[in-house]
Design a protein around this ligand. Structure first.
Ligand code: NAD
Length: 281
């Protein structure tokens, strides 16, 4: 199922990190990293010297180009694994494949996510199931599979990309809001179970970030209200995000890199909110 490139297997013993590359010798799995926020996070980790496993849906050739350019630009090992995050068996296979191919799994970023916008009375059952599976249960299955490897190495970073919708609700997003609140709870529960070790678990709660997931909502809003895309974009920001600006994927990548640093060693069970003031009012 997985595509690999020929490259030397990483040693299970971590060498001293080179200056400016503090995550050299570490291995990260970033789910949903073929697009948007996940790709920004994978790039930020690779820039710190971390080997990365990309994952997600999309065109095979475009993914391969991205994987290759990441590996070349950052001089790291980069792989792609096509595990479907709604399938626990494929999540387990992703982790064991990463360990056997790259030597360990030190960082996991549960980022894959899907959205569907509709009132609760007409919310499709299959969309409810899919959103809970990909946005919530996948993080449980990934954590469960990766944690024993982190414990064995005595270090780990578990990062869940939740949302402001893990803290507050909006209308017409019942499954997403439920899943993201669950993800914040999962983060706290795992953090407590790891608190006596060097493994931390945190959630990041972004407000609006301009990615394909949000572009679809802007297009739906423009269609339903008969307004232009730029007007729909402006309305979307004004309604919730007081800064009036989208968060950039690079800013979220930098936050993940910080959470992986030694400076963040005692940050655990926390929700890092990046929402332009959304939840301040
Ligand atoms: P996106 O649509 O650009 O990316 C989603 C990624 O998830 C893609 O790589 C996609 O292929 C992958 N994916 C979807 N279903 C999958 C499956 N079954 N198996 C494996 N991969 C799958 O969206 P994004 O905005 O970058 O979202 C990333 C995360 O950030 C999501 O969890 C989302 O809920 C969260 N988030 C986004 C925003 C925002 O404003 N964009 C705000 C808060 C939280």
């Amino acid at each position: 199922m997985a595509r690999t490139i020929a490259a030397p297997r990483a040693s299970t013993r971590r060498k001293r990190a080179a200056p400016g590359r503090p995550l050299a010798g570490r291995v990260a799995i970033v789910t949903g990293s073929t697009s948007g926020i996940g790709l920004g996070i994978a790039r930020a980790l690779a820039a710190q010297g971390c080997a990365v496993v990309l994952n997600g849906l999309g065109d095979g050739e475009a993914i391969e180009r991205e994987r290759e350019s990441l590996a070349r630009a950052e001089r790291v090992q980069a792989r792609y694994h096509p595990a479907d995050m709604s399938r626990p068996d494929q999540i387990r296979e992703l982790v064991s494949w990463a360990v056997s191919d790259l030597g360990s799994v030190d960082v996991i970023v549960s980022n894959a996510g899907v959205q569907h916008v509709a009132p609760v009375e007409s919310f499709p059952d299959d969309r409810w199931d899919a959103i809970l599976a990909v946005n919530l249960s996948a993080a449980f299955h990934l954590t469960k599979a990766a944690l024993p490897h982190m414990r064995q190495r005595g270090w780990g970073r578990i990062i869940n990309i939740a949302s402001v919708h893990g803290l507050v609700a909006s209308t017409n997003k019942v499954a997403y809001v439920t899943a993201k609140h669950g993800l914040v709870g999962l983060t706290k529960a795992v953090a407590l179970e790891c608190a006596d070790s060097a493994i931390t678990c945190n959630a990041i709660c972004p407000g609006w970030v301009r990615t394909p997931l949000v572009e679809a909502q802007i297009a739906q809003r423009a269609r339903e209200q008969g307004i232009s895309l730029s007007r729909a974009t402006e309305d979307l920001l004004c309604e919730k995000q007081p800064s009036g600006r989208f968060t950039e994927v690079e800013q979220l990548g930098a936050l993940v890199a910080f959470l992986c640093s030694d400076a963040a060693a005692n940050i655990t069970g926390a929700t890092q909110v990046v929402d332009g003031g959304w939840t301040a009012r």
